[in-house]
Ligand binder design. Structure first.
Ligand code: ADP
Length: 220
């Protein structure tokens, strides 16, 4: 089998989502076999991915010929064509691919993928919509929510913690959040420690319960 950790992934469907995903994987030095039935799409991406092939992924013979059954990891990035998404996914599962990721465009689509045995169903549009809602509502620069109501937020520091080491501004007890990283203008992020002093133009990353991180990012 191919595709040991960090090595190779097959990405089926090179639309907006699949393309971005495949290019990011290649960027991190993962070998990527990209498959799409559209000639123009394949043409555009050839050279950018490790291998780019034009094929109909609903055809078992085509997938076998490409060696897809030998991969440990596969992403089905077909959304709009529900039938193609389901048929492709079902083939990957029957091949015994150990880690199948699939994109769903609706809750019902996601439910079917789960029933087929997909290991990770992702809802890019739904999740991005939720994430952007938090950015629109608050004053955060970036936002990631994890399960169990826990989030990390990139934000500018409020006035009352500026000029003080984090230990004396006591953000954890006062606001229920932890400052995990800090970035001075023109520099990269570094870990925050108790001695770190926050300056007015710094950007900080805080972690905590969703509501507390959001409330903290709204302080001025
Ligand atoms: P996005 O919203 O990310 O652009 P789409 O569902 O619109 O996603 O795009 C899916 C991609 O998958 C398209 O490039 C399309 O050509 C490809 N695709 C659809 N059906 C098949 C199939 N049976 N075999 C291979 N590729 C397919």
């Amino acid at each position: 089998r191919r595709g040991g950790p960090g090595n190779s992934v097959v990405v089926i469907g090179l639309g907006r989502f699949g393309r971005a995903l495949a290019l990011e994987l290649v960027d991190e030095e993962t070998e990527v076999l990209g498959i799409d039935e559209d000639a123009e799409t394949v043409q555009t991406l050839s050279g950018a991915l490790t291998h780019t092939v034009r094929a109909d992924s609903t055809k078992e013979d085509a997938l076998r010929q490409l060696g897809v059954h030998e991969f440990d990891r596969a992403v089905v990035a077909i959304g709009t064509d529900l039938e193609a998404s389901i048929l492709t996914t079902s083939l990957l599962i029957s091949f015994g691919v150990e880690n199948v990721w699939a994109k769903a465009i609706s809750e019902a689509h996601g439910r079917i993928l789960t029933q087929l045995g997909v290991h990770h169903v992702v809802y890019p549009e739904h999740d991005m919509g939720q994430r952007v809602a938090h950015l629109v509502r608050g004053r955060m620069l970036d936002y990631i929510e994890f399960e169990d109501d826990f989030a990390m937020v990139k934000t500018n520091p409020p006035g009352d913690i500026i000029g003080l080491p984090l230990s004396s501004s006591a953000v954890r007890s006062r606001y229920g959040i932890t400052v995990v990283a800090i970035k001075r203008p023109g520099q990269g992020f570094t870990y925050a420690t108790a001695e770190t002093t926050v300056e007015a133009n710094d950007t900080i990353i805080v972690a905590g319960r969703t509501r507390e991180t959001e409330r903290f990012s709204e302080l001025r």
